[in-house]
Design a protein around this ligand. Structure first.
Ligand code: ADP
Length: 631
């Protein structure tokens, strides 16, 4: 019989498939199963209005048969089948719907080959990646005759009549011999095929069946095994996210989550979303109850699984999740996306962007709901992932603050609990102009800072920032509503009355020489020395001028590779003007400048320690203190 030639483009594509270097050869099975499922869909829909279709819904199936001896994998469906013309047109030509334009001849250009596999509906042809001889036998619904389409690759195909007593299609793939790099025999292995069906086609609506051999204990025996052949349905068919929310139990969600995302704990929250209209998709999302061990490392791969009408098309679709919600696990299933869309194209896909936007909104609103409905749970969530939200504020120059700022929690001087910014502001006194915060290693240490004591004494609440990222995030926020943030350890803390300010100004001016002497004595690290009136009992404290606080300097210096690692905060030593030490210093300035120099160093060292900074010259300070003790 005369061989027919493939259309030019098809031939090129076929060539690429035959010699494919595409790494995901296994997707051929997904493609063929999806075709079979579409064919069944067509017949099923026809049956709704056409009495000549006698199959009932439960009769439909897709069947896989493996034969190691003849090296064949057979896929059989009882869908609509194809007429002779359809076999020729559908399998002889590719991409009837899309424009398949080989502008640059992609032959021998490996990279482009991969792109093309990803970009077009190559479906059926992908079978040539794993087989060198394909036979398709099909009988269309309503037709008396069946036809066999057969091809051994790019040199053409034949179509001839054949015997087939039921409607549907049988595709037989003669699997290639194993090569040095490819083990094609895997596609004849029951276990492997079962895994591929589970991975890519678990939610195909019709049963995908295969006769499987299973070993089990002989009935009535305790140690004798037998091998039994069973007709097994490989796919679970109805995706959890397609079921009515009211029909799914907590346990089902938990099992699904644990199996799919390899977590042993129960998820903290399950989120379901269904959108119809501009974009059609469903999502099933989980907030884990703890961060995975590699969450804050480079290994962690964010992303949601992406399905197209129940068929998995991507395992980790990064574009579906912003970094600040990277902890969310789950999946999106959309009927708007084509099965064969490539990664490169997805990035620019408008549908996908719209979905991502909607998913982000949903996550934000669910977290916000959780914050009010179950604060305890929310705090647990926040302990695990709060840092990520704060990084989200810091990154991209605060672009996402509107989504994130109300999700933040900070410890505060108010009952020592976590508070939101909204709660803080709602408690602000009328005369309070700013949102006060202080940072340090722990709540305990921060609460003992001289400046914190004094702000609290004024009746104001202070946020306690204990994580590295905190202050950077607040600096990026700058304000919450109308209110500015103010670091109580920063020089511009403004709590004094006009009168107090005036008298302090005079005090500082008249003691200028003394203060300069102290600064000189301490040396390089210090930017300025001043008297302050706002400390309660402490003799001195450390504050800073400019954008970088002492704590931020500490954080930056932890990472020596960081460009900013050597930037120093401009430290100011503030001495309590109402403390007896102030008088002592003044007296020494008149009588004994050497001792004053020693006192200055000790005072500065104390202030550093109280602020949670280390002393740069501990041996010298220790000696000085001893010196003062014995004299
Ligand atoms: P696509 O599925 O993207 O259209 P394919 O090359 O996979 O491209 O398939 C081409 C066409 O062949 C399908 O659109 C369908 O009409 C037909 N076809 C493929 N497999 C089957 C099948 N099992 N039963 C009926 N028709 C099929």
């Amino acid at each position: 019989m005369a061989k027919k030639q493939f259309k030019t483009e098809s031939k090129k594509l076929l060539d690429m498939m035959v010699n494919s270097i595409y790494t995901h050869k296994e997707i051929f099975l997904r493609e063929l199963i999806s075709n079979a499922s579409d064919a069944i869909d067509k017949l099923y829909f026809r049956s709704l209005t056409d009495d000549t279709v006698t199959l009932k819904k439960e009769d439909y199936e897709i069947r896989i048969t493996l034969d190691k001896e003849s090296r064949t994998l057979t896929l059989r469906d009882n869908g609509c089948g194809m007429t002779r013309e359809e076999l020729e047109n559908n399998l002889g030509t590719i991409a009837k719907s899309g424009s398949f334009d080989f502008k640059n001849d992609p032959e021998h250009k490996d990279k482009e080959q991969i792109d093309i596999i990803g970009q077009f509906g190559v479906g059926f042809y992908s079978a040539f990646m794993v087989s060198d001889h394909i036979v398709v036998e099909s009988r269309a619904h309503g037709a008396e005759d069946a036809y066999r389409w057969e091809s051994r690759g790019a040199d053409g195909y034949t179509v001839e009549p054949c015997a087939k007593d039921s409607v549907g299609t049988v595709i037989t793939l003669h699997i290639k011999e194993d090569g040095e790099e490819e083990k094609y025999s895997d596609f004849l292995d029951e276990y492997h095929i079962r895994g591929l069906v589970k991975k890519y086609s678990d939610y195909i609506r019709y049963p995908i069946r295969m006769l499987t051999e299973n070993r089990r204990l002989k009935e009535g025996s305790k140690d004798e095994f037998e091998t039994v052949t069973e007709d097994e349905t490989l796919n679970s068919m109805v995706p959890l996210w397609k079921k009515n929310a009211s029909d799914v139990t907590e346990e089902e969600y938990t099992t699904f989550y644990q199996e799919k995302f390899y977590d042993w704990e129960v998820p903290l929250k399950v989120i379901r979303q269904k959108t119809e209209g501009v974009s059609n998709f469903e999502s099933l999302l989980f907030i884990p109850s703890h961060a995975p061990y590699n969450y804050y490392s480079r290994d962690f791969e964010k992303g949601l699984q992406l399905y197209s009408s129940g068929v998995l098309i991507m395992e980790h679709c990064k574009d579906l999740l912003p970094d600040y919600f990277s902890f969310v696990r789950g999946l999106v299933d959309s009927s708007d996306l084509s099965l064969n869309i490539s990664r490169e194209m997805l990035q620019h896909d408008r549908q996908l962007k719209a979905i991502a936007k909607a998913v982000e909104k949903k996550i934000a609103s669910e977290l916000s709901k959780l914050q009010t409905s179950d604060r305890e749970k929310y705090e647990k969530f926040y302990d695990a992932f709060g840092a990520q939200l704060k990084w989200g504020i810091y990154n991209d120059f605060g672009m996402h603050k509107d989504v994130l700022q109300d999700l933040l929690l900070f410890r505060s001087s108010f009952e020592g609990k976590y508070v939101t910014l909204k709660e803080y502001v709602s408690r602000m006194k009328e005369e309070q102009k700013k949102i006060y915060f202080a940072s340090g290693e722990s709540v305990e240490k921060i609460s003992l800072l001289p400046q914190v004591e004094s702000v609290i004494a004024h009746g104001f609440e202070v946020l306690y920032l204990t994580e590295d990222v905190d202050e950077f995030a607040l600096q990026m926020l700058r304000t919450y509503g109308e209110k500015e943030f103010s670091n109580v350890c920063q020089d511009n803390l403004d709590l004094a009355t006009e009168e107090e300010k005036e008298s302090l100004k005079e005090e500082n001016e008249s003691a200028k020489d003394l203060l300069d002497w102290i600064k000189e004595s301490v040396g390089d690290g210090l930017h300025a020395v001043r008297f302050t009136g706002s400390l309660k009992n402490h003799a001195a404290c450390l504050s800073s001028e400019g954008a970088l606080s002492a704590n931020m300097e500490k954080v930056l210096s932890k990472n020596p590779g960081n460009q900013a690692a050597n930037i120093k905060a401009e430290l100011v030593l503030e001495i309590n003007v109402h403390h007896p030490i102030a008088d002592k210093l003044k007296k020494l300035f008149e009588s004994d400048k050497d001792t004053l120099a020693k006192y200055s160093k000790v005072l500065y060292a104390q202030a550093r320690l109280v602020s949670g900074l280390s002393i740069e010259n501990p041996a010298e300070i220790s000696e000085l203190v001893c010196d003062l003790m014995v004299n």
